[in-house]
Design a protein around this ligand. Structure first.
Ligand code: NAG
Ligand code: NAG
Ligand code: NAG
Length: 303
């Protein structure tokens, strides 16, 4: 009888401890689970934007923050900068700096790109847009267009297949041995890559040649791949801006003042340009001829 009672008490205590244990576990785990759900790493971002910027260009970053980065789209915008103590305050105010362990030098831009790809590729996103801190992005249009684009193996921008190898100046190339032109690449003022291509680059990074120009390098790294290369004249991403057209997706070589002007026009009228104009002809890329003949400018092409 006594033994029976003891056994009952034992069972009771055991069950009680078990239930208590479960409750406590739930209590402890619950906030962690909540936290994990609300972290940006779990939520899938449609478009991750990497803006390459030099430490000293705070004015340009602020112009972007006040203008095209003010978007309701499902995007995340990060400024890629070299690690620097002077950024501490800015880092606290805006949580949008991606610091990489590379110096701010033109010839290291490719190192910066590969370092930034490596530090974001674990984030959940569908596409990545790389641009510069003097690029103005029409965010709603880019995101909207992506609805109709391939989900994978996708490389989108303004392509050049006939660019001569730079032998002097700040983009001087000493390592290039592939052929006497650069391989077709999308110009660096702004181009989009699907996430799978970022993973491809990061996984192969130890074998890749890092050429002087970041955009030339990306074109070369992806050149043997069977992917969609979409040339789009709405990427105004050459060395000089071709003008102002309201349907530009990205326009390059814009200083902070121009960005603020574009933005005020967008707020007032929904359109970027005060007046549309053209400085330079663009071209449609012809993929069915040799790259040296790919890119014939044609004044009647708009934009
Ligand atoms: C590229 O991929 C497509 C679709 O899988 C295939 O039909 C085509 O033959 C491939 N092209 C080359 C050059 O491998
Ligand atoms: C590309 O070049 C070929 C050969 O010259 C020509 O037949 C074709 O019309 C061109 N395509 C475009 C889109 O210009
Ligand atoms: C220039 O583009 C227009 C409009 O697409 C086309 O009709 C014309 O044939 C093109 N000219 C050349 C030289 O390719």
């Amino acid at each position: 009888m006594l033994l029976h009672k003891k056994r009952l008490t034992y069972y009771f205590l055991a069950s009680f401890s078990f239930i208590l244990g479960c409750t406590l576990t739930l209590f402890v785990l619950h906030p962690i689970a909540l936290k994990a759900n609300s972290s940006p790493n779990v939520h899938n971002i449609r478009l991750l934007v990497l803006v390459l910027s030099a430490v000293k260009n705070l004015n340009r970053r602020d112009a972007i923050r006040e203008t095209w980065a003010q978007t309701k789209e499902d995007v995340k915008i990060l400024f890629v900068v070299s690690k620097d103590k002077s950024l501490n305050a800015e880092k606290l105010i805006h949580e949008d700096l991606l610091e990489v362990d590379e110096k701010d030098e033109y010839k290291l831009l490719t190192h910066k790109i590969i370092a930034s790809f490596s530090s974001v590729y674990h984030i959940n996103f569908d596409y990545l847009l790389k641009c510069d801190d003097d690029s103005f992005v029409n965010m709603p249009s880019v995101v909207n267009e992506l609805e109709h684009m391939p989900k994978k193996r996708f490389y989108w921008g303004y392509f050049d297949g006939s660019a001569s190898i730079k032998r002097k100046g700040k983009f001087k190339e000493t390592q290039w041995v592939a052929c006497d032109r650069y391989l077709p690449y999308a110009l660096g003022g702004g181009y989009v890559l699907s996430k799978d291509l970022i993973i491809y680059i990061v996984k192969n990074r130890d074998y890749l040649s890092l050429f002087a120009s970041e955009d030339v390098s990306v074109g070369a790294w992806l050149s043997p791949l069977n992917i969609t290369r979409k040339h789009d004249r709405r990427f105004d991403t050459e060395w000089y801006s071709r003008g102002c057209q309201n349907d530009y997706l990205v326009t390059h070589k814009q200083n902070p003042e121009m960005m603020r002007l574009h933005w005020s026009h967008i707020i007032r009228t929904g359109k970027m340009c005060d007046k549309e104009f053209k400085n330079m002809a663009s071209y449609e890329y012809n993929w069915s001829v040799m790259p040296s003949k790919c890119c014939v400018r044609n004044l009647s092409l708009i934009p």
